[in-house]
Design a binder for this molecule. Sequence first.
Ligand SMILES: Cc1cc2nc3c(=O)[nH]c(=O)nc-3n(C[C@H](O)[C@H](O)[C@H](O)COP(=O)(O)O)c2cc1C
Length: 191
Amino acid sequence: MTDGAAAAMPYGPSDDTAQRPGAHRDAPSPPTGIEARRFRTILGHFATGVVAVTAIDGETGRPAGLAANSFTSVSLDPALVSFCVAHTSTTWPRIRRAGRFCVNILSAPQLEVCLRLAAKGGDKFAGLDWTESPGGGPVIDGALAWLECTVEAEHVAGDHVIVVARVHHLDRHHDGDPLVFYRGSYGSFTE
Ligand SMILES: Cc1cc2nc3c(=O)[nH]c(=O)nc-3n(C[C@H](O)[C@H](O)[C@H](O)COP(=O)(O)O)c2cc1C
C-alpha cells in the first residue's frame, strides 16, 4: 500500500465523529459497553476497497450515488454481493427505487469521486463522466470494474441495513490501482 492521502474520512477513525452519518461525539456507549470511536478505530485496521453505488433517480432523471466500503462478495451461485447502508442515507432510497443500480469499484485516482459521493446533498455527478450499463445504471469513468445489480434482500442490522444484491451484468472497466481505505486514510495498492 502506498502512502495514504490525509483526506477527510467520514467513515474512518476520525476524531471528528460528527462527520459520520448517525455518529455523535458524545454518543452513549452501546449496551455492549463498546464506545463508538473505539469501535471505529479498531475496525479501521481492516483495509477495504471503496465502491460507488449508483443509479438513475427516477424523479430527476439524474444519476445518484453514495460511497461505501462495506462491500463484499457473498455468493457465486446465484451471484450475490452485499453492502451496508446507514438508515440516515438520503441517497439509498432513491437508488433502491430505481430498481437497477451499479456498484462501481473505485480506482486510486478516484479519491475525489469517493469524497464527492460521500457528501450530502448537491449534484454529486456535476462534471463527472459516466456511461450506462446494459440495464441503465451509471458506470463512472475511471472505475476499475462495475456490477449491475438489483436488491435481493435487505436485513436491518443496528443503525444500518445489510443490502444483498443480485448481480445481472459485470465487467472490468479501466486498468489501474484500487482506491484503498485503511485507518481513515486513502491509499493505493501496487503489485
Ligand atoms: C470511504 C467511505 C466509506 C463509506 N462507506 C459507507 C458504507 O459502507 N455505508 C454507508 O451507509 N455509508 C458509507 N459512507 C458514507 C456515505 O458514502 C455517504 O456519506 C452518505 O451516504 C451520503 O449521504 P446521503 O446518502 O444522504 O447522500 C462511506 C463514506 C466514505 C468516505
